[in-house]
Structure formats: structure tokens, C-alpha cells
Design a protein around this ligand. Structure first.
Ligand SMILES: O=C(O)/C=C(\CC(=O)C(=O)O)C(=O)O
Length: 307
């Protein structure tokens, strides 16, 4: 099957630089995707965008080049609730990848078990309107109750302005809850303004809530682009991410977001994105938690020695 990319689609950056920042041993890229390839794993009919292909082999090559040990592969909305491409990647990762799926109410316990055996450890609920059609909250809550029995968690993706309306639903979830990209703050607003304060309150009052401090390239308004040797890109995102890392060091994750769906303006060099990490996690201890201890506790708990 042949797919035409969405007009204006930006492909992932070929030949990323090798980061100057040396990742700690065992670092996990805790947010990335695979796309197809469409000829093997067709994109879903209900998708809102058609990407370029981004295969498991290309993802694993990037992992090795950047110096990550493992990946968490998150189901992308262009595959809807057809998790085959993501699961196939998990099955070919030699145990070095875990996954987050998208499921509907109709999923059977046998299907959940098969995904668990492949390495899936969570489901993603997406509330970003340009990416998905609305799913009723009672359906999502039912799914959350079922996946909780597998020890999975829920990943939520939403925009900052929608947090008040979604608050009751999110705080009623029975699992660990992982927020994608800090709930997409508007970084032109003040760090200590009401919008970001609400997000911090959400984390402060709910110890089951974690956050990915990822995607500066998506949140930044000022740039500059993380290309051409720029080593301090996305300065306007730094205070937001750093605040979350410093206040909740044991509940943060980081990921490249490769292959960076739906960027309109520029495509980052993933090597330079890795060089962003020490700006938001300035000490070796914070880096170890963000990149190793936290993702291991959530995705490979059987390998973690908890005191
Ligand atoms: O990759 C991300 O995390 C962000 C996305 C895409 C997405 O969530 C998806 O397709 O599933 C976005 O903001 O367009």
C-alpha cells in the first residue's frame, strides 16, 4: 500500500550529530515512535496525518548512535489503535524496548496479555484535538481499570489550557499517570503564572503523576533551531522543564520524540536535543534519575533494586 505524506510534512533529520553530552550508562529514550513502514504496517484510516516512514531499524540505529541503551516506543496516532508496528518493534528489540499502546474498549484480555508479553506497559489517552477524535471518558476510565490489573500506567497528552476541564478525570485515574511534554505549556506565559502553576499543583497534589520533560522543539517559540552547531537551543523552554525536574526529580522522564511528528517549522538534530538535557537536569544525580532510575522503575521494575 502506498501512502502520500501530508503536504508540508517534515522528515526526520538524517545523520544526526553525536551528542557532546555523554548519556549515563543505561539511559532510556522514554518517548519515541515508529511509523510503519506503511507498506508493511498500513497507517490507520482514521489518522489525522500521514507521516514519512520511520522503521524500527532506523530507531534502533539512532538509539545506538546517541548512546541510549533502551527505548520506550509510544503508539503514534497515525496508527490509531492498530498497535502492530509498535509491537513488532518491541519484539525485535532484544528486550531493549517497552511500549505504550492505544486500545479501544473492545480490546480483549487475551490481546492485552499478548501486548504485555511483547513489552507493553501502558496505554495512551490523547486529548489533543488536532490528533484524535473524541473518546468518551467513561470508555477511557473503563480501559484504565482493566489495564491497571496488568500493572500498566496511563500516558496522557493534552494542552495546558485544557487541564482545568480534564482535572477530575485525570485525578480519578487508578494508575500511575505520565504526562507527555509537561502538558504542553505555553512558554510565552510566565513560569509562575496560573497556567503552569496549575500543572505543578497537579503533580504536587498527586504523587502518582509523572511528567516527560521532553519536546522543547515543539514547545519553544523563540528557537533557535537546534541545528548547525547550536548548543543552547530552545532557551525559553529551559526554565519550565528545569522547574519540573528540580521539584519532582523522581517522577520525570525524557525522550527524543523521534521521528518528531507534525513539526511545521524545523526538524531538530537529535544529537543536539540530547545536548539540551544538562540545561534542564544540571547535576549528575538529576541526570541519573531522569534518564536511568525513573524510566527503569516504571518500565523495567523487575530489573530495579528498590530499597
Ligand atoms: O509525538 C508526540 O508526542 C506529539 C505529537 C504526535 C502524537 O502525539 C501522535 O501522533 O501520537 C504531536 O504533538 O503532534
Amino acid at each position: 500500500m502506498h501512502f502520500e505524506k501530508t503536504p508540508g510534512w517534515l522528515d526526520w533529520y538524517q545523520g544526526p550529530s553525536t551528542p557532546k553530552f555523554k548519556l549515563p550508562a543505561g539511559a532510556v529514550d522514554a518517548h519515541c515512535h515508529v511509523f510503519g513502514p506503511g507498506a508493511e504496517f498500513p497507517y490507520a484510516p482514521e489518522r489525522k496525518y500521514t507521516p514519512c516512514d520511520a522503521s524500527k531499524a532506523q530507531l534502533f540505529a539512532l538509539r545506538d548512535q546517541l548512546g541510549f541503551a533502551r527505548n520506550v516506543i509510544v503508539q503514534a496516532t497515525c496508527h490509531g489503535a492498530d498497535n502492530r508496528a509498535m509491537v513488532d518493534a518491541l519484539l525485535h528489540a532484544d528486550g531493549k524496548a517497552r511500549g505504550v499502546a492505544t486500545v479501544r474498549r473492545s480490546v480483549s484480555d487475551e490481546e492485552l496479555q499478548a501486548m504485555h508479553d511483547a513489552g507493553v506497559r501502558g496505554v495512551r489517552f490523547n486529548f489533543v484535538k488536532r490528533l484524535v477524535d473524541f473518546t468518551p471518558k467513561d470508555e477511557l476510565m473503563e480501559i484504565a481499570g482493566r489495564i491497571a490489573r496488568f500493572g500498566w500506567h496511563v500516558v496522557i497528552y493534552f494542552e495546558a489550557v485544557d487541564l482545568p476541564e480534564l482535572w477530575d478525570f485525570f485525578t480519578g485515574l487508578p494508575t500511575t499517570v505520565v504526562v507527555d511534554h509537561m502538558g504542553r505549556p505555553d512558554v510565552s506565559k510566565p513560569l509562575d503564572g496560573p497556567e503552569f502553576e496549575l500543572f505543578l499543583k497537579f503533580m504536587r497534589e498527586h504523587p502518582n503523576v509523572w511528567s516527560k520533560v521532553s519536546c522543547p522543539e515543539r514547545l519553544s517559540l523563540t528557537g533557535p533551531r537546534a541545528l548547525d552547531g547550536e548548543q543552547a537551543a530552545y532557551r525559553d523552554v529551559v526554565p519550565f522543564a528545569r522547574r519540573v525536574v528540580e521539584e519532582f526529580p523522581d517522577r520525570v522522564l525524557w525522550g527524543t520524540d523521534w521521528p518528531h511528528p507534525n513539526l511545521k517549522d524545523h526538524m531538530p538534530d537529535d544529537g543536539l536535543l540530547v545536548d539540551f538535557i544538562p540545561h534542564i537536569a544540571p547535576t549528575a544525580e538529576l541526570q541519573q534519575k531522569l534518564l536511568v532510575a525513573n524510566p527503569m522503575r516504571l518500565y523495567w521494575p523487575e530489573e530495579t533494586q528498590e530499597a
